[in-house]
Design a protein. Sequence first.
Length: 283
Amino acid sequence: MAAEHLIDRGFRRLCIMTDQRHHHSIQAMQAFLQKAAEEEIYDCMVVQMDEESFESPTYWIKLEKLLSEKLKAFEPPIGVYIETAPHARLLVQLGQARGWHIPQDLAVLCQHNLSAVVDVSPQISRMEMNQELVGYKSAELLDQMLSGQPLPPLPIFVPPVGVIGRESTDYYAVSDSLVAEALRYISSRLQQKLRVDDIAYELAVSPSLLKKRFNASLGRGVGQEIRRLRLEIAKRMLIAPERTSISHIAKQAGFGSLDVLNQVFRRETGMTPSAYRNLTTRK
């Protein structure tokens, strides 16, 4: 699912950073590589990330050196799945120190939702684990143990619910420099009224050329991409711990009004913003 998320955003260079001393990490790496192979993504790196005590200053010095060396080998744009949240934050900071844009040059997705992920900008996308189902399956196993029943010979796998997209992957990677510049311009002004003519004027190209290059690179128009980006912002704000009013979210995401947000959200997701919030935060 992590690989699919990055591939769906147009990244054709991928990397997975994980501690392969753990069985679950090996399985995650194998699934990541398998998905990349299925999508014919041949530029996919694997980086061994030995986890040690986070309280050790020596460990962080060693980790920073490792990540810095790996970044030198990266050719942006690249999408990275890194399991641990503090590691993901350090990777983002080191990428920014190299002058890379997040997520245009370096998109980062991690597994856990620690404060390092959400409390600092850019917020890092993460996997949404199905903790409720994990709890039910654990209770079933405990009941079997207490009743003397044999336990299953193999582990029980609980798939994640999905990916919580945030700023660190909220971008569609493109090789066309004009489209990439347009996306950077759009992403920084989503709260404003955006017209194709105005965007083209700022980039010193004709509207028809901009539309043509957008469709060729993304398979969708400028207006569609603007709506998609605004919708991603609305989704992030809806599931944030702070219960911001949906009317405020509509304005912050650039929809202008609650009615417009409701219309777009229902058309794109099949549900209202309030229903989406209740579904994703009820755990």
